[in-house]
Design a protein around this ligand. Structure first.
Ligand SMILES: NC(=O)c1ccc[n+]([C@@H]2O[C@H](COP(=O)([O-])OP(=O)(O)OC[C@H]3O[C@@H](n4cnc5c(N)ncnc54)[C@H](OP(=O)(O)O)[C@@H]3O)[C@@H](O)[C@H]2O)c1
Length: 329
């Protein structure tokens, strides 16, 4: 089968689209013919963690396709079922944090950027009927992350004001759609005027230029919740926009991980700082019900055939996208 492999070199130079031996399913596993897959920021960052001396691996966390074969003992899924892959390995039930051993598909385990994937039957869910293959392929990781951040961690309510910096991000567009679906007021930032205009079309109440003074642009409006994934570059600017007693959730650091924090300002402000990562299978199922109920579809940036993977990776490395970059197979 064809797959996108990473080997021998660090970063994007180590990627190649080539033939590999397909895996066969064992007891409790299913084999899926992948029809569409989704690119996440993680797919770029793992290329730095995977060392040239390590064995090759198949990239990709998100994908959707048709079940082609099932192992013994599988009775929740049948051959021919249309499914999405849950990339959260080893997190079934809701809990404060992922259980020990939790991993995300697509490093170190082989991922979804391949014609076939073999995965545990408990890691597939029915494809949402209102979504296309491309929309289903990009959904699970970013939408699950956004769902847990908003509803489990920040516990947002319709009357709240939410700040989402960096609206171009794949998770950020789901954050905007989900928060608007429950009636919250949403402020976004972006470095791109085009993305700010698009965010306003998608329902953002205001869109701020990331380069300007955010407090001035917000005219003194304070936020109940700020959701940070850009990291060091914007962390303190986001924190400064919170009302006293407000909550910041952080789930990413596209720029630097190291942040300087004025703890006196922090404790006087009585702020809450929460971390979040992905979510459980139960949260994924709740997210799927939520998008069905509100008829939410992923905001697609561009879709490329997987053989043209370089175009998608380059677009994400340059942060040129708004929403999700997809691959078809
Ligand atoms: N913990 C988890 O479970 C989890 C899950 C998913 C993602 N993540 C992390 O969350 C982050 C976002 O992921 P994603 O896939 O949504 O990323 P993405 O699509 O690559 O988006 C990142 C966005 O951040 C903004 N940004 C990047 N560099 C910036 C800078 N120097 N200054 C200001 N803004 C900047 C850009 O927004 P504009 O172009 O609009 O300015 C960009 O579109 C990544 O760090 C990712 O690793 C974590």
């Amino acid at each position: 089968m064809k797959a996108l492999i990473h080997e021998n070199k660090e970063g994007m130079d180590g990627l190649s689209y080539r033939d590999v031996e397909p895996a066969t399913q064992k007891s409790g596993e299913v084999r899926i013919r992948i029809k569409a897959a989704g690119l996440n920021h993680r797919d770029l960052s793992v290329l730095k963690r995977h060392q040239p001396t390590d064995p090759p691996f198949i990239v990709g966390s998100d994908g959707a396709g048709v079940v082609e074969a099932i192992g013994a003992d599988v009775n929740t899924v049948s051959v021919g079922d249309e499914v999405i892959v849950n990339p959260g390995l080893g997190w079934q039930k809701n809990s404060d944090a992922p259980p020990k051993g939790f991993e995300i598909l697509g490093f170190p385990d082989d991922g979804t950027f391949a014609e076939n994937i073999v995965i545990a039957a408990k890691n597939v869910e029915p494809k949402p009927a209102h979504l296309t293959w491309e929309e289903s392929g990009v959904l699970a990781l970013p939408a699950l992350t956004a769902y847990r951040v908003l509803f489990t961690r920040a516990r947002i309510e319709p009357n709240m004001k939410i700040l989402i910096p960096g609206i171009g991000g794949g998770v950020a567009t789901f954050l905007l759609q989900f928060a608007k679906a429950i009636g919250a007021t949403v402020y976004v930032t972006s470095r791109s005027e085009e993305k700010r205009n698009k965010a306003l079309e998608l329902g953002a109440n205001a869109a701020i230029d990331s380069h300007e003074n955010w407090a001035e642009a917000l005219h003194g409006e304070k936020m109940d919740v700020a959701i940070e994934s850009i990291g060091a570059t914007t962390f303190n600017e986001s924190l400064d926009q919170l009302r006293r007693g407000g909550t910041m959730v952080t789930f990413g650091s596209s720029t630097d991980d190291q942040v300087q924090l004025n703890i006196r300002k922090f404790f006087y402000g009585q702020f809450n700082l929460l971390g979040s990562t992905m979510g459980s299978r139960e949260e994924l199922q709740a997210m799927l019900d939520f998008i069905k109920k509100h008829n939410i579809k992923p905001i697609m940036d561009q879709t490329f055939p997987l053989k043209d993977y370089e175009k998608g990776f380059k677009r994400m490395a340059e942060a040129a996208q708004l929403g999700k970059i997809g691959f078809t197979l």
